[in-house]
Design a protein around this ligand. Structure first.
Ligand code: NAD
Length: 338
């Protein structure tokens, strides 16, 4: 059993901890929480809870939350750390991981050069094989890579142009907006284009990103130039072989992100998550070798299976197909619904 530490237990960390803890070949030896809040109280029932350093011990004691030590202690116990701390903190943590000679998985909020490889399970599973430091690309990049990698492998891709409508904040965040504005990223392309190339290869990619006042999901409108012509039904056939892509339809009521996430709640998934990328079937259009489609990305959870697979690739625990099958089975990904 691979011994995994989770540093940072927010939106991503808590989900990755649960996903790791239900696999057969890995276990969570501890999580790191910085504040003695309600999340820490609940987490301490499930996991050994460690602090970033000794300065917080008194506050946790006063809150009646049992702690097992500091990050230093946890890094001695674990074989790998999944860093789920806020954007930019991972870079500051890297020297400590190096000091402890521990391998690390970082998240998409970090710059690509923090790691030896960026990771997406469909796009480049084997590029992380045997690596010490790996970065799982962001939720938006993961969403794009998920649906594009199968098209790249089946038909070849010469160009991608995508418009990303991004959720403003996650559901548990009341500190940021916008709550009544639509805010474009003014640089062109948005940072997603170079990020996508880190996993998909050196293809021509342009992205535009726009923040909208919603918490549920991102929505992407994607245009792809393929190396070979394909009809809309051929594209949907290609995606059928990939469990982490879920075709949805407006015909049975799933017309917006509101109903797509309502479906996830009705499915009874852990935390009502939707790990799969939802692609609206009606939105898939073909004109010769140019394809267009619209997809929705549950930003809080789409990177979760990728973190599990990244570990298997780094430690060569299993090959791509075996790893994806094991992760998907435990997280109930790709269960035929409709
Ligand atoms: P978050 O703010 O929800 O969680 C971060 C957690 O780390 C919080 O619990 C915070 O208290 C804790 N923390 C802060 N400083 C710490 C420290 N020094 N040591 C240990 N813990 C510390 O952030 P998040 O949304 O989970 O994002 C984590 C990473 O995942 C970022 O790189 C982000 O870009 C990336 N990511 C986020 C999303 C998303 O939609 N939220 C999606 C994909 C990737």
């Amino acid at each position: 059993m691979l011994k995994v530490a989770i540093n940072g237990y927010g939106t991503i960390g808590r989900r990755v901890a649960r996903a790791v803890s239900i696999q057969d070949d890995m276990k969570v030896v501890g999580i790191v929480k910085a504040h003695p809040d309600y999340v820490s109280k609940i987490a301490a029932r499930e996991y050994s809870l460690f602090l970033p350093d000794s300065s917080g011990i008194k506050a946790f004691q006063e809150a009646g939350i049992k702690t097992a030590g500091t990050l230093d202690n946890l890094l001695d116990e674990a074989e790998v750390v999944i860093d789920c701390t806020p954007e930019g903190q991972g870079e500051m943590n890297l020297p400590l991981y190096k000091k402890h000679s521990i391998r690390a998985v970082f998240q998409g909020g970090e710059e690509p050069d923090i790691a030896e490889a960026s990771f997406n399970a469909y796009a480049n599973f084997d590029a992380s094989s045997g690596k010490k430091y790996v970065r799982v690309v962001s939720c938006n990049t993961t969403g794009l890579a998920r649906t594009l990698a199968p098209l790249r492998d089946a038909r070849g891709i010469t160009r991608v142009s995508a418009t990303l409508v991004r959720r403003a904040v996650d559901q548990n965040d009341s500190s940021k907006g916008p709550i009544n504005a639509i805010e474009p990223s003014l640089g062109f392309p948005s940072h997603h284009a170079p990020d996508l190339k880190t996993v998909l290869g050196n293809i021509s990619v342009e992205t535009v990103a726009i923040k909208a006042p919603t918490t549920l999901m991102h929505v992407h409108s994607v245009e792809v130039n393929l190396g070979k012509e394909a009809s809309a039904s051929e594209i949907l056939e290609i995606w059928k072989n990939y469990r982490r892509i879920m075709p949805v339809s407006g015909k049975d009521g799933r017309k917006s992100t509101a109903q797509v996430m309502d479906m996830a709640r009705e499915m009874g998934r852990d935390r009502s998550d939707l790990y799969e990328i939802a692609v609206w079937k009606e939105s898939v259009h073909s004109s010769g070798s140019t394809i267009r489609y619209i997809q929705a990305v549950h930003q809080e959870s789409d990177v979760v299976p990728e973190n599990v697979d990244a570990l298997r690739s780094m430690f060569q625990l299993s090959d791509k197909e075996q790893s994806l099958a094991a992760t998907d089975q435990k997280l109930e990904i790709g269960k035929e619904l409709f």
